[in-house]
Design a protein around this ligand. Sequence first.
Ligand code: GDP
Length: 298
Amino acid sequence: MFASLSDRLSATFKSLRGKGRLSEADIETTVSQIRRALLDADVAVPAVRAFTSAVRERATSAEVSQALNPAQQIVKIVNEQLIEILGGESRELAFAKHPPTVIMLAGLQGAGKTTLAGKLGKWLKAEGHTPLLVASDLQRPNAVTQLEVVGGQAGVPVWAPEPGNGVGNPIEVARSGVAHAREKYYDVVVVDTAGRLGVDAELMQQAADIRDAVNPDEILFVVDAMIGQDAVTTAQAFADGVGFTGVVLSKLDGDARGGAALSIRTVTGKPVLFASTGEKLTDFERFHPDRMASRILD
Ligand code: GDP
């Protein structure tokens, strides 16, 4: 995903090698190379601005280490700023004091929500939880079956609409799914919801109604990292329309330029909790800003 950005940054670092001390002009050149590399990787302008001004400030201030030469110093600063822009510390999923914990998934159609529900189910089970997946995406013809398939692969039960528990009514399915979990002692409920190809008012209202019906402990906004700058506008629309507590970056295995991954935290102020890195249920990991930064700088 970050191949081009990685190459550009390492070329910048290489050009500093062997320099004894960085002049102001060296720092300006370096900062402007970093700025261009980030913009070309589709990182949103506010995130680029925050990043480059921090690098300039730190490179200019007497943050001198005897052990590091100027090139190493810049690598260190860029690494730390990458971690910062990616959210600093990784954040754990928030579990309810009184189970079940309710996790609602929101995002555009095709973002990877249903796949993620299976991945989360599998991961939660491995962590010792007893999850239940709830099929509240009644928009996409195949979504319920798809959730049943991934639930089957993950060995996690699926609550699907049936006569009596809300056929055709995603809000009722969500509500009855959570009630079922409470009754049967499932301790985490993952609610899959419908997306549209683009943001629309009806979609937002439905998601907001599901939210109000089940009062989630976490609302995870799932975003396809391959959609570049659009990720930022989509995130803002979901933040305004539904609100969310965390982000999942999906399709991080793609060869897009990765800017969404680097912008989303700055733009939304919400932490990235998980990353999806492929179509298989095992292509899933907790998101660690420091590991992601080292992958970019590798
Ligand atoms: P939903 O509409 O948000 O529920 O999206 P889906 O879960 O149906 O995913 C849409 C498509 O993206 C499917 O073909 C998935 O197999 C694929 N997909 C989901 N997550 C990933 C991922 O992390 N990497 C890749 N390469 N494909 C993914």
